[in-house]
Write a protein that binds this ligand. Sequence first.
Ligand SMILES: Cc1cc2nc3c(=O)[nH]c(=O)nc-3n(C[C@H](O)[C@H](O)[C@H](O)COP(=O)(O)OP(=O)(O)OC[C@H]3O[C@@H](n4cnc5c(N)ncnc54)[C@H](O)[C@@H]3O)c2cc1C
Length: 378
Amino acid sequence: MSDPAVLLSPGSVREPRTDSGPDITADTGGREVWAALGAAGRIAAVFRDGDPAAGVDPARLGELLADVDARTGIGSTLAVSVQIATAVPLLTLARGQDQEPALRAERQALAGTAVVALAATDETAGSDLAGLRTELRIGEAELELNGTKRWITNATQADYFLVLARHRPGRHFTNFTWVLVPASAPGITVERADTELFDGSGTGHIRFDAVRLPRDHLVGRPGRALASFAAHIAVERLAGALWGIALCRRVLADTKRRLEARPTADGTLWQAEAVRQRFGRCLVLVRQLQALTRELGEPVARRHDATSAALLKSSVALTLEEVLAECAHFQGAEGFSGTGAQRLRPQAALFGIGGGSTEVVLSIVAGAADTVLAELSP
Ligand SMILES: Cc1cc2nc3c(=O)[nH]c(=O)nc-3n(C[C@H](O)[C@H](O)[C@H](O)COP(=O)(O)OP(=O)(O)OC[C@H]3O[C@@H](n4cnc5c(N)ncnc54)[C@H](O)[C@@H]3O)c2cc1C
């Protein structure tokens, strides 16, 4: 397992902590970060009126993600982001449904005393959720779950899995249902994902073999899961944009310090015009992303607007790719050291995959071309 203190050392790419929040450091795992945030009341504070059903406040979500990103590794920040943006708000579907386990999990998650993994991606292509195979048999009193979920954040450190399963064959969007599965239920096998990346995220694979649960472990009404997933993944895309801005800002600031401290025959690397122009381009890209996020954050947070979320998701992936590549290149050989930006690039590539690959979100943008074009008119 790689050392997160090496991946993201406070002495290199981090900035001094400026708040009085909980004690989170570069090597704090995602579960501990979540517990610290919950104990300090900072998870509930991200939601309007402290209520996950009311949606996130984009500004407060951005501040929290920037703070967590500044203090711990990519993996631990991922563990927080997925829960706040999707898993916890989805649990509120249980309200008014006589589904006490999900309501209890929501209370525990807000307090930081339970971690909830969002298990949507199956053995089949994640880009084609309607093809997923995990099956939920819904009986009069009992549920039975069979299937496998792969590449799930928090899998190895969760208390609950919020599982997207099918209760009927076929691709129709009403064939899918959420079920809340306690990690301790018999019939569950969890395996760590085979990767050295994303330390602290607890990413892994989960197998469900005839897992039996009382019927009140359903979350929301059967048949509504895919529609609610589509709505809530929009917020994960917004969270990705907010986090991406913070990540770019942090790495650009660190890179500028490095360039300023690197003497050459004519001064420092920072004084070389070609370097400054490329750095300037990075600043333009991040400011564009920030402007877009400020404009589209509210439509996503309030209406789960899919086109806005897709615009943000595709923008952050493309921006991060270019900005981190430039920063890593500017760092020369040092970029490959434990504290260098080259180490960040493979992890940041997740922004173009997790929560929907760039191609998939670009298709959503193209699908709304007339709306986007109309919005471009003066
Ligand atoms: C670290 C990590 C954490 C994750 N956490 C979670 C989690 O918490 N919960 C969860 O449910 N899932 C999670 N995932 C899974 C993630 O959501 C999926 O990886 C993602 O949805 C893509 O699915 P896939 O990997 O099956 O890729 P595939 O669907 O197999 O796609 C592979 C590639 O094919 C291309 N492609 C696919 N579809 C199209 C298309 N329509 N048009 C053009 N090209 C296309 C793209 O280049 C794409 O990247 C995580 C993944 C990682 C790596």
